[in-house]
Design a protein around this ligand. Structure first.
Ligand SMILES: Cc1cc2nc3c(=O)[nH]c(=O)nc-3n(C[C@H](O)[C@H](O)[C@H](O)COP(=O)(O)OP(=O)(O)OC[C@H]3O[C@@H](n4cnc5c(N)ncnc54)[C@H](O)[C@@H]3O)c2cc1C
Length: 158
């Protein structure tokens, strides 16, 4: 902002019109004309890529479910505890949070729905079984919340 940038919030990009010298980004709040566009749209990045006339990658939501333990569990965990990684990834880990809680997760699941941020009973059971192996004492502590988030995975390596 100090260098003259303008931040346009609440401008959902709906379509793109590539001209000779500039590109017009059509948004929910009207058109924006610009020389350069950086596509950093996360879960929507492939949709915007197609708006530019490409079809270079497809985003698949990878849901991660996590359990949050009460702050009373924090003395158990002063660093991130990871299992030995497998070919599938780093697996389920136990981690202290900056808020003073402890997290167990994630339980990964590939989905089609880009809005499916719900948690599941299967995810809860899966995380308890993994947590029992990694840090059995943690399971005697109270779970205060469960949440999930969607990671924008694509069909080839970064
Ligand atoms: C459960 C979970 C655990 C994770 N753990 C880790 C970890 O341990 N380490 C790690 O490094 N990363 C982790 N990640 C991944 C990390 O959170 C993401 O890689 C990072 O947030 C991506 O940032 P981004 O700015 O590229 O995209 P995002 O944060 O997704 O931002 C994209 C933005 O684009 C906007 N947008 C989309 N479409 C449009 C449109 N048409 N018009 C206007 N705006 C649009 C969206 O609203 C959003 O605000 C995790 C993710 C999840 C879900």
């Amino acid at each position: 902002m100090n260098r003259g940038a303008t931040l346009l919030l609440n401008h959902e990009v709906r379509s793109i019109e590539v001209g000779d010298a500039t590109t017009t980004v059509h948004t929910s709040a009207g058109p924006v004309e610009t020389r350069w566009v950086v596509n950093a749209a996360g879960l929507g990045a492939d949709i915007l890529d197609r708006e530019f006339g490409f079809e270079r990658f497809t985003v698949t939501p990878r849901r991660g479910e996590l359990l949050v333990y009460d702050k009373l569990a924090r003395p158990l965990v002063d660093k991130i505890v990871l299992p030995v990684p497998s070919a599938l990834g780093k697996g389920v880990l136990v981690s202290p949070t900056i808020y003073g809680n402890v997290m167990l997760g994630p339980q990964p699941k590939t989905l089609d729905d880009r809005t499916a941020t719900g948690t599941s009973e299967a995810g809860f059971e899966f995380l308890l079984s993994k947590g029992a192996k990694l840090m059995p004492k943690l399971l005697t502590e109270e779970v205060t919340a469960a949440y999930s988030g969607l990671r924008a995975a694509i069909d080839h390596g970064d």
